[in-house]
Design a protein around this ligand. Structure first.
Ligand SMILES: [Zn+2]
Length: 349
């Protein structure tokens, strides 16, 4: 066991909880090496965030406090934060009757979600680069009724653009028609708008079909993609341009995902989680970015919902609400964007 503050000083890593704990004279953070990684005891976590730990039951852990609730299971790749599914970079561990959270997840998941007001924003973000997935000969997923992801994504993107403009948020599109745009070109467009954030809109497919919504942001350096299990490849340790925004990426994805999973509260499987990946448009992107998979075109329930303009409108509104919250949180010294018009649901259908 060694001092977390010392370890972070040596690693040159910005680490918000430690800075605050030291300012309070609270030096109770500890780093515990377990296997190849570093973990923090859950008692330190609870003390810092003012959470209490319920008696663990059969490999489960429940934390609650004013900042929210956390529910986890030993070895699970996900936790519920305020009831919403979030992928961990590394599972929570239970060892000799004590629980541990990885340092990566403390920094890059829990802190931005539980203390969003502490996420450092180097810029005043004021606009959105909207990226409708696929286009042209790249049709994307095919729905059960023969329509294509590229068309649904463009329609939802146009709706999102109209809503954001009505909120006073400027937008730029990576495509506005059915054309093929290389991934590198989408990133290049993003890079010309340094005070914007990036939202890529997609719909999913799988065999056998999944069901529900996934919101991706870039995996932190040294952490696996959510789609690779816990397997970390050597290349995953490479620093990527998008990793400069790890905390903002998490906050943006969280704000949007929370809104999307609320669209069908009666559906317990709607929430497939805030997830991590290294998609090109997130990996090489200098802007804080997310990629939304708004449901499975291969699934009968999702596919029939996505086929309805009214549902795509509600999805666009949900993404806009998430963006609005992100801008409000990061605009602490600036005028917040206008609220979404109450009667917006009738527009553009
Ligand atoms: Zn896609």
């Amino acid at each position: 066991m060694r001092s977390l503050a010392l370890a972070l000083f040596l690693a040159g890593v910005a680490f918000l909880p430690v800075a605050t704990a030291r300012a309070r004279g609270d030096s109770a953070w500890h780093l515990i090496p377990i296997g190849a990684r570093e973990y923090v005891p859950i008692e330190d976590f609870c003390r810092f965030y003012g959470m209490s730990l319920a008696e663990p039951v059969a490999g489960e852990i429940h934390l609650s406090g004013e900042v929210g609730t956390v529910d986890g299971k030993h070895g699970s790749p996900y936790v519920l934060i305020d009831g919403v599914r979030h992928a961990l970079s590394f599972p929570l561990l239970e060892k000799d009757g004590r629980w541990y959270v990885s340092r990566t997840d403390l920094c890059c998941l829990f802190d931005p979600v539980l203390r969003p007001w502490r996420v450092p924003a180097r810029l005043w973000f004021r606009g959105v680069v909207i990226d409708p997935g696929h286009g042209g000969e790249d049709k994307g997923a095919r729905s059960r009724n023969g329509r294509y992801e590229k068309d649904y994504a463009l329609d939802t993107a146009r709706r999102l653009g109209r809503i954001l403009r009505a909120m006073g948020i400027p937008v730029v599109f990576t495509r506005t028609s059915d054309v093929f745009v290389p991934l590198e070109e989408r990133v290049r467009i993003a890079a010309t708008h340094p005070d914007y954030v990036f939202v890529s809109l997609h719909y999913n497919q799988s065999e056998p079909s999944g069901h529900g919504v996934e919101t991706y942001c870039l995996a932190p350096r040294g952490a696996p993609s959510s789609n690779n299990g816990t397997w970390v490849r050597r290349v995953d340790y490479s620093p990527l341009p998008g990793n400069d925004n790890d905390l903002l990426n998490t906050l943006l994805a969280h704000d949007i995902h929370v809104e999307l999973v609320r669209l069908r509260p009666e559906d317990p499987d709607m929430d497939r989680g805030l997830r991590r990946a290294r998609f090109v448009v997130l990996r090489d992107n200098p802007l804080p970015g997310v990629l939304v998979e708004g449901g499975f075109l291969s699934d009968p329930t999702d596919s029939s919902a996505i086929d309805r303009p009214e549902y795509r409108q509600r999805q666009a509104e949900a993404v806009a609400r998430g963006l609005g919250r992100f801008f409000q949180t990061t605009h602490v010294h600036a005028a917040a964007p206008r609220a979404l018009p109450a009667d917006w649901s009738a527009e553009g259908q």
